[in-house]
Structure formats: C-alpha cells, structure tokens
Design a protein around this ligand. Structure first.
Ligand code: ADP
Ligand code: TRP
Length: 320
C-alpha cells in the first residue's frame, strides 16, 4: 500500500495541521510505503518572496521531522525536486474539464481573500492530482478541507484512464473523522489565513498569551458551564490525558472554576504534549546539514518512483 501526503510551506505549522494531517501521516508510515513532501510549487501561488519560501521549506522540514516523520520509513522530499510532476500536471490538464475546477472552493476562497486570480491558483487541484497520481498513491491522509481536491483527483484519474487505458491508480482519501477540523482560537477552523492558530512550536510566552486571550462568555466563576460548547475544552481534548479531560469536564459541569483556570490548564497540557518534539527539534536545528541530506535522499527515491509512472503515462498518450 502506498501512502502519500503533502503540506505547503506557506507559514509556521499549527496544531490543526498536526492533528488533521501530520499525526495521521506519521502513524501511517508504519502501515505501508509512505511518500511525504513539501509542496513548494503549490506555495508559489501565495508566497512571493524567494527568501521566505526557502525559509518556510526548511522550517516545515525540521518541524515535520521533529514531530515524528521517520525518513527511513517514509520518503520525505521537496515537491520541486521531482519536476516531472509539472509535466504530468500538464498532461492531466488536457483531460480536466473546466467545470470541475470552476466548482472548487479553494480558488474562490483564496481570490475572495485577496490572492491574485492566477492560472496557477485556478489549476492548483490539477498539480495536486499530479502529486498523488505520479506516485501511484493508494491512500492520501489529509484534513477535511482537502476532501474536494481528492475528489477532483479521482475524477481526473478516471478521465485519463477513460481516454488512454488503465494507466493511473485511483486513490482513496483518508480523513480521520475525529480531528478532521480542529478549531482555531476564535472557534472558526484553525488556519494560517484566519490568524487564529496555535503554532506547534510557538514561543512559550507568546503562546501562553494567545491561549489566555481566547474569548469566552461571561458565565460567572461559580456557575456551571457546558463542556460541549467550549473551544478551550475542544483544544484540551487534543492534548490532555483521558484523566485530565474527565476532571476538566467535571469542573465545567459543577461550576466553581473560571475560564482563566481552564486556559492555564490548556496551556500546560499543550506545552507538555509537544515537549518531546520540541527537544527533537532543537537537535535538528543544531544540524541543518542532516535535514538537507534527508531531503536529498528522499528526492532521489521519489524521482525513481515518479520516472516509472511517467514512462507508462507518456507511452499511453503517445508522446514516447
Ligand atoms: P492552512 O489552512 O493553515 O493554510 P493548509 O491548507 O496548509 O493549512 O493545510 C495543511 C494540511 O493540514 C491539510 O491536510 C489540511 O487538511 C490540514 N489542516 C489544516 N488546518 C486544519 C484544521 N484546522 N483541522 C484539521 N486539519 C487541518
Ligand atoms: N493542497 C494541500 C494543502 O494545502 C497540499 C498538497 C499539495 C497535497 N499536493 C498534495 C496534499 C497531494 C495531499 C496530496 O494542504
């Protein structure tokens, strides 16, 4: 079984990325042949500073490795180290109906938020389909917001196979229902674009401040509160132990504890949860050469696999 996923280097990784995509991907690396990459071609649709892009790529690599991606089990690489994916993207675009792309939310959302309406942004899902199909991927772990892109990938693969024969493997999405949509500090989906994130490796003081500033209702300290209707509780469930969760739920229901106290508990649990990963990250930061080497080795393995698919694809459509 081949597992594939990608993440854009468009900013610092956050708790939503961790629970929606990184943690499921890290678990899956034991179940099959995993390919995980940093989608730098995709990021060019929104990141326009070369220095920023390079820095983001490095940070994502360090952070993903620190969180447990094992480069021996999984092939970890940079998307642009396999340029054949851009060729496949073109070939796929010749079977992709305009209507399919016109229906995609992500283009509409991003242009509505002020991103330039470029062809790259519009064709984003075709490149994503190429990413998935070039490695004959069976399973693609992602958060809920990527579901539509996976459906588009399946449609494009079916169209291609319809025209040229059974050339491409049809992938399945793998969306872990529980953490598919982690809320941000304001209750909307946690996302870089909403400025409501809790970074995985945020600075201690700044993160504490962010958590302490979560907006709550005006229920008095002594009154009972609803644990099913609280962002603090939702985030706490991700990072606290079962016993801690049970205690806090009980304290919500019985009253007598204020939101300030709950926020302090959330910060402590968050800080503890990511502690071993922070330590691993320090080691990686001290040895940048090691990270570059991992990505280079990953790139060479990824290119080999991609080359086999491309040979099949080129033959099938008559350009070889
Ligand atoms: P952002 O919305 O911050 O720009 P990305 O679009 O780069 O995040 O998402 C990278 C990966 O993390 C994708 O697989 C996406 O589904 C997942 N992801 C992002 N935000 C969340 C969230 N709040 N909950 C669950 N998964 C998420
Ligand atoms: N679009 C994905 C995101 O924003 C990143 C991505 C690019 C991806 N190519 C992919 C994810 C292929 C899974 C498979 O998060």
């Amino acid at each position: 079984m081949r597992i594939l996923s990608g993440i854009q280097p468009s900013g610092r990784l956050h708790v939503g990325n961790y629970f929606g995509m990184m943690d499921p991907a890290i678990h899956l690396q034991d179940d099959g042949e995993a390919f995980y990459f940093i989608a730098d071609y995709h990021s060019l649709t929104t990141v326009h500073s070369p220095e920023e892009l390079r820095e983001n790529v490095h940070n994502v690599a360090v952070d993903f490795l620190a969180c447990g991606l094992d480069p021996i089990k999984a092939t970890f690489f940079r998307q642009s180290d396999v340029p054949a994916v851009a060729e496949l993207s073109w070939l796929l675009s010749t079977v992709t109906p305009m209507g399919l792309l016109e229906r995609c939310h992500s283009y509409k959302d991003k242009t509505a938020r002020g991103h330039e309406a470029t062809h790259g942004l519009f064709a984003y899902p075709v490149l994503m389909a190429a990413d998935i199909l070039i490695y004959d991927s069976d399973i693609v772990p992602v958060g809920e917001d990527q579901k539509q892109h996976l459906e588009v990938t399946r449609d494009i693969a079916l169209k291609f196979n319809n025209r040229f024969g059974e050339v491409l493997v049809i992938p399945k999405p793998k969306i872990r229902e529980v953490n598919a949509k982690v809320p941000g500090l304001d209750g909307k989906k946690m996302s870089k674009s909403y400025g409501n994130t809790l970074e995985i490796f945020g600075d201690e003081k700044a993160t504490r401040k962010k958590i302490m500033s979560i907006v709550t209702d005006s229920t008095p300290v002594e009154a009972p509160k609803d644990p099913a209707d609280s962002i603090i509780m939702d985030l706490y469930r991700l990072v606290a132990s079962d016993a801690e969760i049970a205690t806090m739920e009980n304290d919500f229901k019985t009253g007598g504890c204020g939101y300030g106290d709950f926020k302090k508990r959330l910060f402590s649990a968050y800080w503890e949860f990511f502690k071993p990963m922070r330590e691993r990250r320090e080691e990686l930061l001290a040895d940048p050469g090691q990270v570059d080497k991992i990505l280079r080795q990953g790139a060479s393995r990824a290119r080999e696999t991609a080359a086999k698919t491309m040979e099949r694809v080129r033959k099938a459509c008559g350009i070889q």
